[in-house]
Design a protein around this ligand. Structure first.
Ligand code: GLU
Length: 301
């Protein structure tokens, strides 16, 4: 595996630094676009990495997968009544899409869907951001996983669009908690900093049919299958079709430049490089995952 990662790294070297670093959250704009890391955590408990795979970065929308999984784990299928599982052709923060869908976010990985998830998690736990942090620490085995407060306050200072989404959801009666509380927890979830190594380990339950780090069922097989399927269809913003075509794995990306991809029954791969394409996906990250599946032949297809 180490040889595979070296091959992947060499193949994507010319693309590292391509694309645009997200700057609508000012604290993210200062990240060096030349960073690149990739880690593979196998279902047998081995971890391999290359480049900056131990460097923490802002998880941003990667948090949506874990928050949604945690909500399913605590609440079962109930949350599905409040959001859908169809792909969106609109951007991840689209108000138009939410209005068309009458306040029922189209999927859990759009910002509106993640706000509904956070709202439910807040009701269930009383501390959505804290519950997610504990979950990520437990599953990754790294007790120092935490929110980067500078990133959180930077996003909170520019939270207008997410606030508009939350208010629109609330206007349709699909939010139980106060908008300000939901936004605060949502932003603190997105601002969690983790490395590729820790994220790959934390997501391993998705490759293990729902079995968590302690060997107990976090999600049952059916729920895990459905979550992976939703990632395949909706996890890569407007680039989900192109990503499925090039890579062929369920995945989720974040505007911090991270991508988590699941190879069921084998491993989870996490890659990070901050330069984003027009859809908001890491340019070098997508290329690395394409090279990885081409070299290994590991894909769900
Ligand atoms: N915190 C970011 C936002 O709400 C997450 C977006 C993303 O990574 O897609 O805009």
């Amino acid at each position: 595996m180490r040889g595979v990662l070296d091959q992947v790294h060499a193949a994507v070297e010319p693309m590292i630094g391509a694309g645009r670093v997200a700057d609508y959250i000012p604290a993210l704009s200062t990240v060096d676009p030349k960073r690149f890391g990739m880690a593979v955590a196998t279902v047998d408990g081995e971890t391999f990495g290359v480049g900056d795979y131990r460097q923490p970065f802002s998880v941003q929308s990667l948090a949506k997968v874990f928050a949604f999984a945690l909500t399913l784990a605590v609440d079962g299928d109930r949350v599905w009544g409040r959001l859908g599982r169809e792909a969106s052709t609109q951007p991840f923060n689209s108000l138009v899409q939410l209005e068309q869908d009458l306040g029922i976010p189209r999927n859990p990985f759009l910002n509106a869907g993640a706000l509904v998830t956070t709202d439910r998690l807040l009701t269930l736990t009383g501390d959505a951001a804290g519950a997610l942090r504990t979950f990520l620490s437990t599953e990754s085995g790294n007790t120092s996983v935490d929110t980067d407060l500078e990133v959180a306050s930077s996003e909170l200072a520019h939270v207008h669009r997410n606030a508009a989404l939350a208010h629109l959801v609330a206007s349709y009666g699909n939010l139980d908690n106060a908008v300000a509380d939901v936004l605060d927890h949502y932003v603190r979830q997105c601002a969690i900093a983790m490395s590729c190594e820790d994220l790959a380990a934390a997501a391993l339950f998705l490759a293990r049919g729902g079995t968590g780090a302690d060997g107990a069922a976090l999600l049952d097989r059916e729920a895990t299958k459905r979550l992976n399927a939703t990632m395949l269809v909706c996890g890569m913003y407007g680039g989900a079709g192109e990503f499925a075509y090039r890579v062929g794995l369920p995945a989720k990306s974040g505007v911090g430049g991270g991508i988590i991809a699941v190879v069921p029954n084998r491993c989870v791969v996490c890659v990070w490089s901050p330069g984003l394409d027009a859809c908001g996906n890491s340019v070098a990250g997508v290329a690395a995952l394409e090279a990885f599946t081409s070299i290994t032949g590991w894909s769900v297809f």
